[in-house]
Ligand binder design. Structure first.
Ligand code: NAD
Length: 384
């Protein structure tokens, strides 16, 4: 019989519940997974019914207001850290020091220093780690990476990465933890640029140098009501200052010589969640947009001029699609990317070696975000 992996979640908002669902669904999609996760504990401080939901809908036996009590339990093997960014360093470090494996949401720490502290604790304890860079897990992205590596685009010349959202476009949008420096660490930098830079690095390679600019489009917002989602409208009461950036634009130089642009915004009307990458090479190009997750626009092996794109609909054999659907063109969803992340995490634990994005990938993303902050503050190019 497959051994159990007893898992717990700290922070039971959007991501905490997405992790819980991913653990629950793992065996449905990966019947041969080397461990079968069982959710044994959840901690959350919210003053609403989410811990009741953890018990009723997710079958979790024990719930806590204080995550420290959860970590004292000996029957917890692995912990998902899915609270706001300001608890990540303290909880993530404590999870590793307790000898438990760590699945932590991006951006891991609020800064590079916090993220490195978590990585050091993971390394010292010899536990496995996973980080929520879920866009890597899309089958079309796996195919894109393979096409670049196989040289089907020729030599990569330039790359455009856009992570552009509208979740903060409404001026009455609630001032949740994401808009304040202490709990979030940064605005769109930690939230979306961490994803964007990881995706670019995953598909194309390391970023070596950058120069960045930022902007805050909405200076004040109404206060959040309770543990409101960042998609919610704010409540009554005086407006509160937004403390971090809504937008970042950057020029990139990749270690392999390619040039790039990265733009990211949380306040772009009409964009919803346009999270994507375009890669251009001497003999081809490709483009991917998360909203059309199963489609990869490709222009491959070309004779330079007059070529056009065609659309490749992912099919079994592309990344992990075959674990979810039996044929090509059948759509996957966001939560499926979390199931793939869970599978890699569980396999890492079972085999004692990493699969998928780890805390060390989060360190690289955090260094990139820190470099952008330095570039904005000092108005200059920064070498990574
Ligand atoms: N990978 C992705 O695509 C993705 C998407 C969204 C969020 N995230 C990341 O996930 C993390 C959580 O974001 P979210 O959108 O789920 O936020 P959220 O606000 O929906 O949930 C956060 C939860 O943490 C709880 N919490 C706050 N302080 C706590 C404490 N001290 N102990 C225990 N629980 C506490 C809150 O009550 C809430 O339930 C963030 O780091 C965010 O950057 C990643």
């Amino acid at each position: 019989m497959t051994r159990e992996l007893r898992v717990a979640v700290v922070g039971f908002g959007w991501m905490g519940q997405a992790h819980a669902r991913a653990y629950a669904r793992l065996a449905h999609h990966y019947p041969d997974a080397p461990r079968r996760p069982r959710l044994v504990a959840v901690a959350d401080t919210a003053d609403d019914d989410r811990l009741v939901r953890a018990r009723a809908a997710y079958g979790c036996a024990r719930t806590y207001a204080d995550w420290r009590e959860l970590l004292e339990r000996e029957d917890v093997d692995a912990v998902s850290v899915t609270g706001p960014n300001d608890i990540h360093a303290e909880v993530g470090t404590a999870v590793a020091q307790a000898g438990k494996h760590l699945w932590i949401e991006k951006p891991a720490g609020r800064t590079s220093a916090e993220t490195r502290a978590i990585a050091a604790a993971v390394d010292a304890a010899g536990v496995q780690s996973a980080v929520g860079f879920n866009y890597r897990n899309a089958p079309a992205v796996a195919r894109a990476k393979a096409l670049v590596e196989e040289g089907r685009l020729g030599a990569v010349t330039h790359v455009d990465v856009r992570f552009v959202s509208d979740y903060a476009a409404h001026p009455q949008g609630a001032l949740t933890w994401r808009f304040q420096e202490a709990p979030a660490g940064s605005g769109v930098l930690g939230d979306l640029v961490s994803h964007a830079s990881d995706l670019a690095r995953f598909v194309v390679g390391d970023i070596a140098e950058l120069v960045a600019d930022d902007a805050r489009f909405i200076a004040q917002r109404p206060p959040a009501v309770g543990a409101a989602s960042h998609f919610a409208r704010g409540g009554a009461g005086p407006l509160v200052d937004v403390e971090n950036e809504d937008y970042v634009g950057a020029l990139l130089r990749f270690a392999g010589g390619a040039r790039g642009t990265l733009s990211s915004s949380r306040a772009s009307v009409g964009e919803q969640c346009t999270y994507g990458i375009e890669v251009h090479g001497t003999q081809g190009a490709l483009a991917w947009d998360f909203r059309r997750m199963g489609e990869l626009r490709v222009c491959l092996d070309q004779d330079f001029q007059d070529a056009s794109y065609a659309t490749w609909f992912v099919r079994p054999g592309d990344g992990e699609l075959g674990a979810f659907q039996p044929g090509g063109g059948i759509a996957m969803g966001y939560d499926d990317l979390k199931v793939i992340e869970a599978e890699r995490f569980v396999r890492s634990v079972a085999e004692g070696k990493p699969y998928g994005a780890t805390i060390h990938d989060a360190v690289v993303a955090a260094d990139t975000v820190d470099a952008m902050r330095t570039s904005v503050a000092e108005r200059r190019w920064v070498t990574l």
